[in-house]
Design a protein around this ligand. Structure first.
Ligand SMILES: *Cc1c(COP(=O)(O)O)cnc(C)c1O
Length: 370
């Protein structure tokens, strides 16, 4: 699905040097590269503050702690997403309130949003799934009207740009109260282990998020609030600093791969190519098609036999996951999420895709229908 080895080979000299520098100085925790990377990422995204942490799941948890979500309160989250989004809600004693998604763009269905809001609602977590921004203009307007916080889960959409109706352009993760992201190796900006970050434009909140990620301390051994231990390793920050300089090229490569798939499958009777959202660019973390009228799983096994990997993100919606059954939802409650779980198929997409490899993938997919 991804080719991290070829990606590394192309930047080996820079990465190796950055790693060696960290080892030479032995500043493995909170070395200068951590701050340098935060500043570079803030400049890249346009966020005023970037607070790094241990991974994208921690980023979501720290964001909710920083925004003072209280146990018993409700958080609205799409039923079709990676489990991390709901997991931290449950861990903090909050209640995940699922909402169905839009079949074309996979974002939470804003037409259902207000019906999910109760006096207990603390916030909304839109997920920019596969690489496109959710309809942030509508979400922010509803959040403002009801005095709710917005945490954008930007783990799959770093670098995607959203255009508001007044022409303002903002990057994924910088529009809500907090944006969260992950540097898991296969993410669009991936490190060589675990890593994560939060974005915010609020100075006071930035300080609080930083404190929570560091045991709630302002000054070493002075703990103001209950926090966690969630740090980005210096080694990972050094690697990310190098890779950030290549992110625009990475996004362009992903988009070129996506365009080629689009051309190959546009108008196909059984394969629906990704719909491009009107107001967002696409970071193409995943190139996800929908399979119609034939068995998605048969196509997937056929491809596997021919040496073409493909993945199902995600095979089961959150409300049907065993861990969340006690919330009382049942099959049929979120029909779009449920049908997507049966129809979506993500194809290989990465920054160093060779055209002959992609041709083979396309020909193999087409040969299934012959
Ligand atoms: C990857 C991902 C996360 C979690 O990131 P980790 O760094 O693996 O904790 C959260 N949300 C979404 C949508 C993701 O894709």
């Amino acid at each position: 699905m991804v080719d991290l080895r070829s990606q590394y080979e192309l930047i080996k000299t820079e990465v190796d040097q950055a790693i060696q520098e960290v080892i030479d100085t032995t500043a493995f925790i909170n070395g200068p590269q951590v701050k340098e990377f935060s500043i570079a990422l803030a400049a890249y995204t346009g966020a005023k503050y970037v607070i790094t942490c241990g991974n994208g799941t921690d980023a979501l948890q720290i964001a909710m702690m920083g925004l003072d979500f209280q146990p018993g309160q409700e958080v609205i989250v799409p039923a079709f997403t990676y489990v991390a989004t709901a997991e931290v809600i449950a861990l903090l004693g909050l209640k995940p309130v699922f909402i169905d998604v839009v079949p074309d763009t996979y974002e939470l269905d804003i037409t259902q949003l207000e019906s999910k809001i109760t006096p207990k609602t603390a916030g909304i977590v839109p997920v920019h799934l596969y690489g496109q921004c959710s309809n942030m203009e509508a979400i922010l307007a509803i959040a403002q009207k009801h005095n709710l916080k917005v945490i954008e889960d930007t783990a799959q959409a770093i670098g995607a740009k959203y255009t508001f109706s007044d022409g303002t352009v903002k990057q994924a993760g910088t529009m809500g109260d907090v944006g969260t992201t992950s540097f898991f190796p296969s993410k669009n900006l991936g490190c060589y282990g675990d890593g994560g970050a939060m974005f915010t434009n609020d100075a006071e909140l930035a300080e609080k998020l930083h404190m929570i990620a560091n045991h709630g301390q302002k000054k070493k051994y002075h703990h103001h609030i209950v926090g966690v231990n969630s740090r980005l390793d210096t080694l990972q920050a050094a690697i990310l600093k190098v890779k950030l300089q290549h992110l625009d090229r990475y996004s362009a490569s992903r988009n070129a791969v996506a365009d080629t798939y689009d051309q190959a499958f546009a108008g196909h009777a059984h394969l629906k190519i990704p719909v491009r959202a009107a107001n967002s660019t696409h970071a193409f973390h995943q190139y996800t098609i929908q399979v119609a009228g034939i068995s998605r799983d048969k196509l997937k096994s056929y491809l596997a036999e021919k040496g073409v990997p493909s993945m199902v993100y995600y095979p089961l919606p959150l409300h049907q996951q065993e861990a969340y059954l006690d919330l009382g939802f049942k099959k049929g409650d979120f029909p779009v999420a449920e049908s997507l779980c049966e129809n979506v198929l993500s194809l290989p997409i990465h920054t160093e895709m060779k055209s002959e490899d992609q041709d083979y993938i396309i020909e193999t997919i087409k040969s299934f229908f012959k």
